[in-house]
Write a protein that binds this ligand. Structure first.
Ligand code: NAP
Length: 252
């Protein structure tokens, strides 16, 4: 159904983005994935995507650097041409880093960094890529369970993800005339490299999450990638401007 389509997945080199790219590849969707610094991991995903049935390409992009977006758009157009296309169909605004800060410890610089990567990056990358996305395409932004419930030392991260959820509704409203649906996926804690691999590698944290989750465990990237890929498919064509939490029932 989605065969032959092209997706842009930011932060597709590791974790949730990687799972998304590979799930899309199994559905015949080609991806142009981005990495920030870790090209080796991106190259591995490109190879795995080809094995899974859909060629992929990797481009460098710092989503916190809006001044680089014009250059990125140029490199993206060249990558699309390499795939025999002028435009793409799906955008997944996934790239991001964590922050562990309390009300007492957070600094203006840390908050500016979170704002740049998680909000300004999503807004202005989408704006810059609007001419390159096909009408009838789809966008998925990534929030977090922490936008719904509060947790210690996430005072910058949780609220900025909540802002992405609001941004999603505004994007959906403005892109409706182009038949572009925009939804937001809010994962619970997922065992990736995020936060220094805390959810995966710290047994105490992992147990605490499992105890607060109805399905009794922390999430894996493979719990989230298929949801994002599914939301991009025609099966979810009439789902628009929605927040979908993918957290196994955490803090319910
Ligand atoms: P991850 O495993 O740490 O991977 C992060 C990915 O984003 C990597 O591909 C990384 O590229 C890229 N990236 C990081 N900073 C970037 C920047 N400034 N510019 C461009 N790319 C950048 O993280 P993840 O767990 O998959 O998280 C993905 C998304 O899910 C994030 O938006 C995160 O906030 C959200 N999320 C995560 C969890 C969780 O518990 N894991 C829960 C809720 C929401 P490099 O490899 O080059 O560094």
């Amino acid at each position: 159904m989605s065969k032959g389509k092209i997706a842009i997945v930011t932060g597709g080199s590791r974790g949730i983005g990687r799972s998304t790219v590979l799930c899309l590849a199994r559905r015949g969707v080609r991806s142009i994935l981005t990495f920030n610094t870790n090209q080796a991991e991106a190259d591995k995903v490109v190879a795995l995507a080809a094995e899974a049935g859909a060629p992929a390409l990797a481009l460098q992009l710092d989503v916190g650097d809006v001044a680089a977006f014009d250059g990125f758009a140029g490199r993206l157009q060249a990558a699309l041409a390499q795939m025999g296309a002028e435009r793409f169909d799906y955008l997944v605004n996934n790239a991001g880093t964590s922050s562990a800060a309390s009300l007492e410890s957070i600094t203006p610089a840390e908050m500016d960094g979170l704002y740049s990567v998680h909000f300004k990056g999503v807004l202005f990358l989408t704006q810059r890529l609007l001419p390159l996305i096909n009408d009838g395409g789809r966008i998925v932004n990534i929030s977090s369970g922490l936008a719904r419930f509060a947790s210690r030392n996430r005072i910058g991260y949780g609220p900025i993800k909540a802002a992405v959820e609001s941004l999603t509704r505004y994007m959906a409203l403005e892109l409706g005339p182009r038949r572009i649906a925009v939804n937001v996926v809010a994962p619970g804690p997922i065992a990736t490299d995020f936060s220094g691999g805390m959810v995966r590698d710290n047994p105490q944290v992992n147990r605490m999450i499992a105890e607060n989750t109805a399905l009794g465990r922390a999430g894996e990237p493979e719990d989230v990638g298929p949801v994002i890929a599914g939301l991009l498919s025609d099966d979810f064509g009439w789902v628009n401007a929605q927040r979908i939490e993918v957290a196994g029932g955490m803090q319910i």
